[in-house]
Design a protein around this ligand. Structure first.
Ligand SMILES: [Fe+2]
Ligand SMILES: [Fe+2]
Length: 310
């Protein structure tokens, strides 16, 4: 989107928005461009989407409903009552039908800037977070959310979504389903990512505390669909490796995680399969014999020094 087009949008916005809302739009555009730069989204698209995101903010609800329905989109009764979300949906239709915007990334970023949605695109997240953290915003913890947005875009989006959900629930107002879906998707994705790292950390700590030797963690996400991580450890005897396996299983089950299956309790190689994480506990000779590190030589070694020294 070129500068000329942005100037045209600005002229249109001047007629449609209050001075304060126009200032907000420019601040969101600037912040969107900045965040896009940090997270690798298209900076020009981010600027344009930020600039026009509130273009329908002052349109009367009945006009917005009419416009949306004229685009063959159906609105649930509760949606017609939430004017703050209507302006985003109507904004997308207005930009597309009245102003000839064809860029689907910009359109969807405007469409979902207040509700979010399941599996948001990068630009949608950038606009959502920019609207939350633009320079003109001054809610109590805005500085904290700004710092968060620069470091962890998903966390900032989640923060905004949870605020919307809590605030609406507290006032007994309907919560848009896209907001709930956006929240569930991001919260679940995050939980899964964090969970596997927590499990790995726990297992390494237990193995270390029970005197396992040569503990190695490998990240194999990109090499196989079998698992994301391997932990390989050595025990001093077959009794020791059984004790190590029991301790790990016990500690992880207390944390609510159980292995899908286990193998080799009577051999020198015990395997505990936690899905994304597989733990291999060997006697020294069996470890040397199977040499998993050699087989998985392309895997990335995970730094476990902090897990052990903690
Ligand atoms: Fe808005
Ligand atoms: Fe806004």
């Amino acid at each position: 989107m070129d500068t000329q087009r942005n100037s045209e949008f600005l002229e249109i916005l001047k007629k449609r928005l209050t001075a304060q809302r126009l200032y907000h739009s420019i601040c969101v555009a600037e912040q969107a461009k900045r965040l896009a730069g940090i997270f690798g989204a298209d900076r020009e698209k981010a600027y344009t989407a930020g600039l026009v995101h509130d273009i329908m903010r002052y349109e009367p609800p009945e006009k917005m409903i009419e416009l949306i329905e004229s685009d063959s989109q159906t609105l649930a009764p509760y949606e017609k009552g939430i004017t703050v979300t209507l302006h985003a949906q109507a904004g997308e239709v207005f930009l597309r039908k009245e102003l000839g915007v064809t860029d689907s990334e910009i359109l969807s970023a405007v469409r979902y800037h207040t509700t979010g949605r399941e599996n948001m695109t990068l630009l949608e997240k950038v606009i959502y977070a920019a609207d939350l953290t633009s320079e003109d915003r001054n809610y109590p913890d805005v500085n904290e959310v700004r710092l968060l947005a620069e470091k962890d875009l998903d966390a900032a989006v989640l923060r905004g979504l949870s605020f919307t959900i809590e605030d609406n629930a507290a006032r007994c107002r309907p919560i848009h389903l896209d907001t709930v879906r956006a929240f569930n998707f991001l919260a679940w994705e995050r939980k899964e990512k964090m969970e596997i790292k927590e499990i790995l950390k726990n297992a390494v700590k237990v193995l270390d505390s029970k005197k396992a030797e040569n503990i190695t963690a490998l990240k194999i996400t990109d090499l196989t669909v079998v698992a994301d991580y391997f932990i390989i450890a050595t025990g001093t005897s077959s009794t020791h490796i059984r004790a190590l396996a029991d301790e790990v299983e016990d500690a992880l089950s207390k944390a609510g995680v159980k292995p899908g299956h286990t193998e080799g309790r009577t051999t020198g190689w015990i395997l505990l399969d936690y899905g994304a994480l597989v733990i291999h506990i060997f006697t020294a000779d069996q470890r040397e014999h199977f040499n998993l590190e050699h087989l998985w030589a392309d895997a990335e070694t995970v730094d476990i020094s902090e897990m052990i020294s903690e």
